[in-house]
Ligand binder design. Structure first.
Ligand code: S6P
Ligand code: ZN
Length: 212
């Protein structure tokens, strides 16, 4: 080995710098989240999950005796979410998938709890992946409407609009959602006063029936 070999031509300082450079490059390598566009399933190590059983949804459906007659462990929906910044932080975005089971409580379709955003002006997108259902929207004047959901429908939920989803089909309804990280969730208002109408199966057809 002559004086020009690697071990002699690289000083200890140069070697430390090379190591640091290697570490910097390694720390810049984030593993992206993956979205299965057939099922809506998110995967990756930063995905959070939550589930709501029929027991968790006490008080939500009109016919509570019909709710109590179901297996208490019945899964109504589960949500996966990717929250890259702390909830409430301004300027970030969140991404999630909701998987809503098919089913009825009396004549009312399985549905999500529904909420307003805490910051009322914050909007949201939903994109249906699989299944059929209804996006139920209620404006500030308590006017309730719904949009049919089927694979590949995109739904814009404006600010100041309460929203919930009902599954009107016989298979799982999965939809993606994207919303601002400072939107927050107000469930209390809906728990107290509800929507002005419920989506019920009337003569086999999903129908919005005004609350009396
Ligand atoms: C979040 C977004 C959805 C819902 C999810 C469950 O702003 O609208 O991810 O959280 O569909 O519904 P809920 O009403 O129980 O939050
Ligand atoms: Zn929302």
């Amino acid at each position: 080995m002559g004086p020009s070999s690697d071990s002699r031509s690289t000083s200890p300082i140069q070697r430390v710098e090379a190591d640091l450079e290697h570490k910097t490059v390694a720390s810049m390598l984030n593993t992206p989240i993956e979205v299965n566009l057939t099922t809506g399933e998110l995967s990756g190590d930063r995905i959070e999950s939550a589930a709501r059983t029929i027991t968790d949804l006490k008080g939500l459906f009109r016919d509570d005796l019909a709710r109590q007659a179901l297996d208490p462990n019945t899964l109504v929906y589960r949500v996966q979410a990717f929250l890259p910044v702390p909830e409430g932080e301004e300027g970030g975005m969140f991404w999630g998938t909701t998987f809503l089971s098919p089913g009825l409580v009396g004549d009312e379709y399985f549905m999500t709890k529904g909420h307003h955003h805490l910051q009322r002006s914050r909007a949201e997108f939903y994109l249906t992946i699989t299944g059929t259902g209804a996006l139920i929207l209620m404006d500030e004047k308590r006017r309730t409407t719904f949009e049919p959901m089927r694979p590949h429908t995109l739904h814009y939920i404006p600010g100041h609009t309460a929203h919930r989803v009902a599954n009107t089909g016989d298979s799982v309804l999965a939809f993606l959602a994207a919303w601002p990280s400072d939107a927050g969730h107000d469930y209390g208002t809906i728990a107290r006063v509800g929507f002005s109408a419920r989506l019920r199966k009337v003569g086999g057809i999903p129908t919005l029936v005004e609350e009396s």
